[in-house]
Write a new protein. Sequence first.
Length: 165
Amino acid sequence: MRTWKFGDNIDTDAIIPGRYLVYNDPLVLASHAFEGTRNDFAKGVAPGDVIIGGRNFGCGSSREHAPLALAGAGIRYVVAVSFARIFYRNAVNVGLLPLVCPEADAIPDGDECRVDVDKHLITCGERTYPIEPVPGFLLRIADAGGLIPFARNLEEVDRCTGSQQ
């Protein structure tokens, strides 16, 4: 997994410019991710790569287009010192896992890294960086691919077991 590093206060318009908000297809959005901010991203990102941000990552719009663009690009983890609350929740809702790492500023751009959610660590080369534990229910939502697939799975379990809510 390669790291793509960004700084503080990366807003949703930097992640996906407003002119592309007419699209909802994650692959279309991914092809324009970070356009005008980091033009090498859309062509160079590979599935499994990791976004590294500073403070207040994802500030700005409440639309889900920004995390949807990252998911469409094959991003699984967005690691930052802190997140805008609405981006954090929208990321989980579309199947991304936002990870809070107080030392994210020290993670190099372009490094190969491994994320171990269970051990609460990111390893880049010989260096490890702690990440805050993710609540289990958020992990389950992200692992399901987002809130809608998670809810559909619950409905399926209820149908199979005969449970009623």
